[in-house]
Design a protein. Structure first.
Length: 187
């Protein structure tokens, strides 16, 4: 996408039926469309990847264009946990606690090599990937990833959000996923 492009395009309408004065679609599609375009991220930044995220929020890359200008530093009002940077084993319980405090539905994005796999820090003190403690929806590779990659990761989250069934969080699969991480259940 051309960053300097000044054109504003409307969000794509979900499939549905249209007539004079009405448009009908599935509830899931309408909810998915609204959620996807108003994701509030919680940035959990511990090191250099966080700086790259700051650039992503700045005027040039401007994550606000995707409905995410409102960062949430409270887990209770966040939809997307973005973990960026090295997570030490001492820090791991805090990441879990923040995740647990977020209301459903919630998504997780792991940014950079450190958050995704421990990166170059294959040591006794560093967690070798946050998916050892919480479920992750999208991984962004790189050390550090460029802002374009962060935007790409957020757009991948958008795809998941748009296409998620409203029943997923009540499903047995989701319940087992949560239980496999030691959380009670989704909802
Ligand atoms: S992945 Fe690289 S840039 Fe990101 S926190 Fe680790 S060392 Fe820093």
């Amino acid at each position: 996408m051309e960053i300097t492009d000044k054109k504003v395009s409307l969000a794509k309408m979900p499939d549905g039926h249209e007539g004079a004065g009405f448009f009908a679609t599935k509830l899931d599609d309408a909810v998915g469309l609204a959620r996807k375009n108003s994701i509030w991220p919680l940035p959990f930044a511990t090191s250099c990847c966080g700086i790259e995220f700051m650039a992503t929020m700045g005027a040039h890359y401007d994550l606000a264009r995707y409905g995410s200008e409102r960062l949430s530093f409270s887990p209770r009002q966040a939809d997307l946990l973005m973990v960026m940077g090295t997570i030490s084993k001492k820090m791991a319980p805090i990441v879990r606690q923040v995740y647990e405090q977020m209301a459903e539905p919630k998504w997780v994005l792991s940014m950079g090599a450190c958050a995704s796999s421990g990166g170059i820090f294959d040591t006794y003190s560093v967690l070798q990937g946050i998916d050892r403690i919480i479920p992750v929806d999208v991984y962004i590779p790189g050390c550090p990833p460029r802002p374009e990659q962060v935007i790409d990761g957020v757009l991948k989250i958008h795809e998941l959000v748009q296409n998620e069934s409203s029943r997923r969080r009540y499903s047995e699969d989701y319940k087992s996923l949560m239980e496999s991480y030691g959380f009670e259940s989704g909802k």
